[in-house]
Design a protein around this ligand. Structure first.
Ligand code: NAD
Length: 255
């Protein structure tokens, strides 16, 4: 229900993982959240546990447009957009499936663009300044082999954020990217299990020797830690952060 005194947010990929933690944290901050994710029947994850659940396929234009419209219909305003939904595909370049490439770019680069485009006029009128936040990755700053689609999409999303920061400055809109190292979510759990099978190694060894090889600190970040940073960047003390990647990568990009 519309409440003109509360800020309103769209969080994508909010059925679990980092997006779920951000939706929960923003609710604690008193923000109304439209929790966008694929249809729960498709993901098998159930509806988003925090916020007002809204089903949309964000690899489509209509999915992004309907999410922005739903937020405005539900809350009567839109103060912040958190473009978080994403997935990984690991494959050598010569075998990289073209459809997976298209989906990676559609979800992690084109969807943030469309959400910004469709939500821009609402962000411009946000009383405390509009906020646009992408949950990017250390892979927005550095590459790894076999992750061409993911790395390209994340680098592109950082370019989008920089552009939005320049365009948003005169309208009080900030745009930032959080760039985490590995976070304890299904996305990583799936990679650990697949690599353990492929290399005939224990999951513990895969985690330390393969997945976290690039991170000097051998620890997974918890989704709530990312949510805490998002809450800061989206709150009043985050207003000076714009056009920048905010790294949270356990020393990965210090090398
Ligand atoms: N987990 C990590 O280690 C890590 C590290 C750095 C960055 N990230 C980024 O953080 C974001 C969230 O990742 P996560 O680890 O929480 O993953 P996750 O798999 O736990 O959650 C991703 C969510 O996105 C949703 N989603 C997928 N395709 C969608 C579509 N077409 N339309 C709508 N929703 C869709 C999924 O249903 C899922 O709920 C991603 O952009 C990811 O690249 C994750």
């Amino acid at each position: 229900m519309s409440n003109p005194t509360r800020r309103a947010a769209i969080v994508t990929g909010a059925a679990g993982g980092i997006g779920g933690a951000i939706a929960a944290r923003l609710e604690k901050d008193g923000v109304d959240v439209l929790a966008v994710d694929l249809d729960p029947d498709v993901t098998g994850r159930g509806p988003a546990p925090h916020g007002v659940p809204f089903a949309a396929d964000l690899t489509t234009r209509t999915g992004n447009e309907s999410a922005v419209r739903a937020a405005l219909d539900e809350f009567g305003r839109l103060d912040m957009i958190v473009a978080n939904a994403g997935f990984q595909h690991v494959s050598p370049i010569a075998e990289f499936p073209e459809d997976r490439w298209d989906s990676l770019i559609a979800l992690m680069l084109t969807s943030p663009f469309l959400l910004a485009k469709y939500g821009w006029s609402a962000l411009r009128t946000a009383p405390e300044g509009g906020r646009f936040l992408v949950i990017a990755s250390a892979h927005a700053l550095v590459a790894s082999p076999y992750k061409a689609g993911y790395v390209a999409a994340k680098h592109g999303a950082l370019g989008l954020v920089k552009t939005l920061a320049l365009e948003g400055a005169e309208h009080g809109i900030t745009a930032c990217a959080i760039c985490p190292g590995y976070v304890r979510t299904e996305l990583v759990q799936r990679q650990v299990a697949a690599q353990a099978l492929a290399h005939n190694m224990s999951e513990e060894r895969v985690l330390e020797d393969v997945i976290l090889a690039a991170q000097p600190v051998k620890r997974l970040i918890e989704p709530e830690e990312v949510a805490e940073l998002a809450s800061f960047l989206l709150g009043p003390h985050g207003r000076s952060f714009t056009g920048v990647p905010v790294s949270m990568d356990q020393g990965w990009t210090a090398r």
